[in-house]
Design a protein around this ligand. Structure first.
Ligand SMILES: [Fe+2]
Ligand SMILES: [Fe+2]
Length: 417
């Protein structure tokens, strides 16, 4: 006998019973061979919590799906080869506070800037990347993220024009490590993901600095040169056996898009590996939240809100995991507060990076609309966000139109909650 979910029921199975009250399913008999497809659909739509199957008298349930997103067949294309050479022997540290970790993270950034700068300069001169020299740095970043992920992630967001390429590489490395942890990937893969983040734009070392720094519109030729950086980076890595295959893959494919409109190959959906999809998300997120000579940075909240709306660019499931890995709420999203209110996320709070500005507009206990009035939610003080909600669950079918209505009805910012 096996207990399975109603959704896993198939024709040919022998039903031995249902878990739940008889109100929850439409069958007066409990034991029968399931032949009719209509009956299959009725069971799948029923409210029973489980179905008991006799696999000796009928078909056996299918093997369970692999547990994590990382192991689905979709992502096994261009399988990433990881060997124990990339395993770290250092034990993982304990959690610390944001303030405590920020002090250490400042030192890590200072040290990394010099090391990554030197590595990129030698690549510019055509010398091979000496990975063993960089691996201790990857481990320090991983350890900092383990102690408190927000400290280093917020530090690497700040960069000046001169150090952009190095700091961007450091930022993508940190984001990739943090992202990979959230996917429950093993330590070796997490470390290789860090290397991938650090080296993803290595090919920019083969692009003239003048083009990289240009603030005016690029000519068609300059654009072609810039767009050659994934292939140039891949060529720079070449046969360097120190570099994990994940890094090779991310270097070459981090500008591919899910709908096939990316470059250099216009790969689509499952043709792009999980690591490259992750690289694409971290790369764009860091680019749009950074200060650039030609544009103001977007706040993390706005960036995530906008990136979610770019259809066909990113892997949507991975995008959700990425947002969770940052512990942020995207602008335009729906959240539930701990005082039974639903609220629209407006943006980060300018004064407090941990604060989120929201517009509560609906009371779930009284089932009543409220006049939206903006409040700032700050961790561990006053009203708190319990989590994100799906608009469809609350029958807010036209969520984008509804958002505009809420914003237009909103009163200006009142006191912090
Ligand atoms: Fe790039
Ligand atoms: Fe990049």
């Amino acid at each position: 006998m096996k207990h399975i979910k109603p959704a896993e029921v198939k024709a040919g199975m022998f039903i031995h019973g249902f878990v739940g009250s008889w109100f929850d399913h439409p069958f007066w008999r409990k034991k029968f061979l399931l032949v009719d497809q209509g009956d299959v659909l009725k069971i799948r739509a029923s409210n029973v919590s489980a179905v008991i199957i006799d696999s000796e008298r009928g078909a056996a349930p299918a093997e369970p799906e692999p547990p994590t997103v990382a192991t689905t067949p979709d992502y096994q294309r261009k399988a990433v080869l990881v060997t124990s050479r990339y395993a770290s022997s250092r034990p993982l540290p304990r959690k610390t506070s944001f303030r405590q970790e920020t002090r250490r993270a400042v030192r890590i950034v200072e040290k990394s800037k010099q090391q990554v700068g030197a590595m990129f300069e030698s690549a510019r001169l055509g010398q091979a990347v000496k990975l063993p020299e960089v691996l201790p740095l990857i481990d320090e970043i991983r350890e900092s993220v383990e102690r408190n992920s927000k400290a280093l992630i917020s530090l690497v967001q700040l960069k000046t024009k001169d150090e952009y390429t190095y700091m961007h590489s450091l930022a993508v490395c940190t984001l990739m490590i943090n992202f990979a942890r959230k996917l429950d990937l093993d330590d070796e893969t997490i470390r290789s993901m860090g290397v991938a983040g650090l080296l993803h734009d290595l090919g920019k070392m083969a692009v003239p600095q003048m083009i990289l720094d240009k603030t005016e519109r690029l000519t068609a030729d300059e654009m072609t040169t810039i767009r050659s950086h994934p292939e140039r980076g891949h060529a720079l890595i070449g046969n360097n056996r120190d570099i994990p295959d994940i890094a090779r893959d991310v270097c070459l494919h981090h500008h591919e898009k899910m709908d096939g409109s990316g470059y250099p190959f216009g790969l689509k959906g499952s043709e792009i590996s999980m690591a490259a999809r992750m690289g694409a998300i971290c790369d764009v997120y860091d680019a749009v939240t950074s200060n650039r000579p030609y544009k103001d940075p977007w706040t993390p909240c706005t960036a995530l809100g906008r990136m979610m709306q770019w259809e066909g660019h990113f892997d949507e499931r991975l995008m959700q995991v990425f947002i969770n890995s940052l512990g942020l709420y995207p602008a335009g999203g729906l959240v539930r507060l701990n005082d039974h209110r639903l609220a629209l996320v407006v943006d980060n709070c300018a004064q407090d990076p941990a604060g989120v500005r929201v517009l509560p507009f609906y009371c779930t206990s009284r089932l009543q609309e409220l006049t939206p009035e903006e409040i700032t939610v700050v961790p561990d003080r006053g009203v708190q966000i319990l989590g994100t909600e799906r608009p469809e669950f609350w029958h807010f079918e036209e969520w984008s139109r509804m958002r505009n209505t809420i914003l237009s009805k909103a009163a200006p910012l009142s006191a912090a909650a």
